[in-house]
Ligand binder design. Structure first.
Ligand SMILES: [Zn+2]
Ligand SMILES: [Zn+2]
Length: 138
């Protein structure tokens, strides 16, 4: 998908991405649970340009990654591994969310038992997730 837009709740931070994957992932790690208030839904995007950079807070959540949110309304906007050129954009912040489909889950063994998502997609454990992304986590 090309040239799509999104924004935070208050509209102070808007963005445009040159390309985004229609298949998104859910992360159940404890950091994402705390940050998102639940599972973190994100899709890989390239060519991300923000408007309202002054209100965009880039929080260093680990030695290898940052998380971006609006400093006015608190909307979480993205997760990004510092060594990666792409952003993991929060799917709910796109202007049109109806075009995205859940295609993977990671840290599935950290998911609380009280809910689960339907669908026959890959579900990686914590160990499998860390192995898959080890190039980005130093
Ligand atoms: Zn905002
Ligand atoms: Zn996570």
């Amino acid at each position: 998908m090309s040239d799509i837009t999104g924004q935070c709740l208050c509209g102070a931070v808007r963005y445009r991405v040159a390309h985004a994957e229609p298949g998104f992932g859910a992360c159940h790690c404890r950091m994402c649970q705390r940050w998102s208030g639940g599972p973190f839904f994100a899709t890989s995007a390239e060519g991300v340009v923000f408007e309202g950079e002054g209100d965009l807070v880039r929080y260093p959540s680990s030695a290898w990654a940052e998380r971006g949110f609006c400093g006015k309304c608190g909307t979480n906007l993205y997760y990004r591994a510092l060594q990666s050129a792409s952003y993991e954009m929060c799917v709910g912040t796109f202007d049109d969310t109806g075009q995205f489909v859940l295609t993977s889950e990671i840290f599935i063994d950290r998911k609380p038992d009280g809910y689960r998502f339907a669908g026959d997609h890959p579900r990686l454990t914590e160990a499998e997730t860390i192995e898959k992304y080890k190039d980005y986590t130093g």
